[in-house]
Design a protein around this ligand. Sequence first.
Ligand code: IPE
Ligand code: IPE
Ligand code: MG
Ligand code: MG
Ligand code: MG
Length: 388
Amino acid sequence: MRFGAPVFAPAFWAVFGGAVRGVFADVFVVAINWQYRLMTRTGNKNDRSRSPQALVAMRVRLGQSPGKLEKGRPGQGLTDKMNTATIDFEADLAATAKRVDSALAGLLAETAMPEGRLADAMRHAALGGGKRLRPYLVLASAELFAVPEAAAMPVACALELLHCYSLVHDDLPAMDDDDLRRGQPTVHRAYDEATAILAGDALLTLAFEAITTPGPHADPASAATLVHTLARAAGAAGMAEGQMQDLAAEGRFSADGRPLTLSEREILGLQALKTGALFRFSAEAGAILGKANPEDQVRLVRYGTALGRAFQIADDLLDEEASPEELGKATAKDRAKGKATLPAIIGIGAARTKLAEAVSQARETLVPFGDRAGRLRAAADFAASRRS
Ligand code: IPE
Ligand code: IPE
Ligand code: MG
Ligand code: MG
Ligand code: MG
């Protein structure tokens, strides 16, 4: 019998055809994989035809399992890089902040409440600057699910009002005792402590008024979920508990008054509450407004959680490394007070590594959204690179 003859027999292909095709397919995929690695190493990053996404498409065409694209290295996709490069994030944030400012001014307008000391103090707290990153995230996450800005803006404003209240109270002498906020005197400095407490209370309450204001875009079912979710994020299961743990870590409530020695895990846990809870809400809000499917809701929650972690690590690094002029608030205070921060416990270099990891995690959750998540992706980078 001549060698190779069975290869031409139909029976051979019936029995071994699948295996042979599989081997060829594997060799083909490995070859493309290597070519892709070579290509990215030589810097040809604009050729998307053999990107990991194309590789997955190829596997599918060859009848193989699509593999684990979503679990690729964070930021690996070429679209990630190109997309972020197309957004001038700081300009986009500044333009959005202007629209948020005018919506907030509307909510704090004279017609909405009696003029006087309380209204003035609320405006001092809410209209005097601020990056407006949380409202930006509400709008960007809503955009991901095709929710118009007009429908998302009351939620964005509600979150910002609640954040402003948290800053007013955070700065009080009984808490962090700060005199400077957003480049201006803190509310208790510009007015007095009692006024600052009441302005904070009123901003918190106004947040819930804003989120439930009837209007052409208001959807009662979503509003109820948003109120519930925001309340949980702000209260004893979220920000307020995180603030309590933050003060406890200073040793305020211990018999000897000495700062507690928290582990890295405990610090990240308290920060997930004091800062993470509101960031989580900022991303989740868009998914709620857009009635996103459960998988996407989970993705947005994960994104917000990772972003919140990054944001507070960056805040703690800036406290050590930036100037009050840059930040518009006092610096070099956390260590002296015995605050529980990552730079204090693991050092600046290791905290930077944790920051980069949190940004990567945030970006990774966005991979399934592709180009549509450009704004959220750029916001994650900004959380780490910001200087104010
Ligand atoms: C400061 O938040 C409080 C923290 C959670 C670290 P931001 O840095 O977002 O403050 P503003 O709103 O821009 O002033
Ligand atoms: C504040 O954290 C978190 C809030 C809930 C307001 P910080 O105390 O570190 O914020 P800054 O540095 O005063 O802005
Ligand atoms: Mg604080
Ligand atoms: Mg503070
Ligand atoms: Mg701080």
